[in-house]
Design a protein around this ligand. Structure first.
Ligand code: EPU
Length: 418
């Protein structure tokens, strides 16, 4: 299994291109299954998760080709509305086929995802929403089977503005009979783009970007092309490294998507400037401790919580980082402490006491964003860091070593068996 090695404390400088957003492209791919035609998606990041989703597309019968960031999905051959356990267990986002395939075929069978490294992560909002749209849901041998001749428009009020449930229900409701209103909908840029894409496919969704989506069902959707938005979480991860190690520019971003993130990097003491499509960050002389509470968009994203904890380990003082979205998402903490960080977790809060320096160590990735925090810490630490189980990082970051190397980092990958 590959390992990533870092010889830390190299100054970073220069610019890097941010890839397309993983969490935008995954639901877009499943939306393309709703049309009998060929959709072309560009700026698709070459990630383990996009590759897994392509495999799932092919299992359900779609014809796909993927080259140089351009993904073509032909939905006319889709004939097998079933997502097997082997894929769903490796990537929860496979659950996004539920709404689209139910809408198109009147029946779908999707493995229940189960828990994940940082907690239960239920799918009850997705299922309750589909039931309200008139689907009959049963559980059989670990699989959810949803059936409905044609879904019926309804009113759904989410207990929490779930990203995945909003996406799934918006896709399902796009071709339901009548109007669906989703209250307390997610407003993340990735969901905004999904809804805009559905509209390009012929759907009629209003209120995009607000907490209330109104979806007038249409008979069918047609294929359409789309360019994926840049990955604000990849960008935030590079900002955390820049805050500690130099001056870097991130190109191809949408700075508004990073508003709350940029504001916090400024509070830390970094100089951050933006153009219409780039962000430049200059390292802070002293990292000021800044407390953080994650929240749904436009708040500070839970997907940058681990990287923020890594940054705060080197702050001149103490900080508190609370995750209100995922209460148990702290598997990076014991690993960061292996660098000499001083972090304690109580309930859903990490208490970080800044230290003068981190020292490189052998550490283990536990999930996508935890791995990203270990890279940030490893880049800032004195000496050598060895990160194992890097397949987690490959799920969500395209060419991460190459990108950091181009900025001056000493980071490389090795397969110990070769
Ligand atoms: N929740 C429920 N029931 C549900 C759905 C969600 O209780 O049916 C709860 C979750 O347990 C959690 C909260 O609602 O406490 C929010 O979960 P959400 O549904 O919004 O998350 P998700 O759709 O499963 C997406 C991203 C995650 C990101 C979260 C939050 C994708 C493919 N995944 O997950 O990204 O952390 O939204 O922003 O879009 C990552 O990229 O590393 C990642 C984990």
């Amino acid at each position: 299994m590959d390992k990533i090695f870092i010889e830390g404390q190299q100054t970073l400088s220069g610019s890097v291109q941010i890839s397309g957003a993983k969490n935008a492209v995954l639901p877009i791919m499943t939306a393309a299954l709703m049309a009998e035609g060929r959709s072309v998606v560009t700026r698709v990041p070459d990630l383990r998760d996009t590759r897994t989703m392509i495999r799932l597309m092919e299992i359900v019968g779609a014809t796909c080709s993927f080259e140089n960031g351009k993904l073509s999905i032909d939905g006319s051959t889709v004939n097998n509305p079933e997502a097997p356990y082997d894929l769903v267990k490796t990537m929860r986002a496979s659950f996004y086929v539920l709404g689209p395939l139910l809408a198109r075929f009147g029946v779908v069978k999707v493995s229940l995802p189960g828990g994940c490294a940082w907690g239960p992560r239920p799918v009850d909002f997705h299922l309750k929403g589909l039931e309200k749209l008139g689907a009959k849901i049963t559980l059989e041998s670990g699989y959810i089977i949803a059936e409905a001749k044609r879904l019926q428009g309804t009113k759904i009020n989410f207990e929490f503005p779930s990203v995945g449930a909003t996406g799934n229900i918006a896709m399902a409701a796009a071709t339901a009979e009548g109007t669906t209103i989703i209250e307390n909908a997610a407003r993340e840029p990735e969901i905004v783009q999904l809804c805009e894409y559905l509209n390009t496919m012929g759907a009629c969704i209003r209120g995009i970007g607000t907490t209330r989506l109104t979806i007038d069902g249409v008979e069918t959707l047609h294929s359409a092309d789309i360019d994926v938005i840049p990955d604000r979480i990849e960008a935030g991860t590079f900002l955390a490294a820049g805050a500690l190690l130099g001056e870097i520019t991130l190109n191809g971003v949408i700075p508004e998507h990073l508003d709350s993130v940029i504001l916090n990097f400024k509070e830390v003491g970094c100089n951050v400037s933006t153009t219409s499509n780039s962000v430049t960050i200059a390292q802070a002389d002293k990292i000021q401790p800044v407390d953080m509470t994650t929240a749904v968009y436009p708040g500070f994203p839970t997907d940058l919580q681990a990287q923020w904890v890594a940054l705060m380990t080197l702050a001149k003082g103490s900080s508190m980082i609370t995750d209100t979205v995922y209460h148990d998402r702290f598997s990076h903490v014991p690993e960061l402490n292996r660098f000499g960080a001083n972090i304690k977790v109580e309930n859903n809060t990490a208490f970080v006491r800044g230290v003068d320096a981190l020292v490189g160590a052998p550490v283990m990735s536990t999930d996508i964003r935890a791995s990203a925090s270990l890279i940030v810490a490893g880049l800032a630490a004195k000496g050598r860091t060895e990160i194992s189980r890097v397949y987690h990082i490959d799920r969500g970051y395209e060419q991460i070593e190459e990108k950091f190397r181009s900025l001056g980092a000493n980071i490389w990958r090795k397969n110990p068996i070769v």
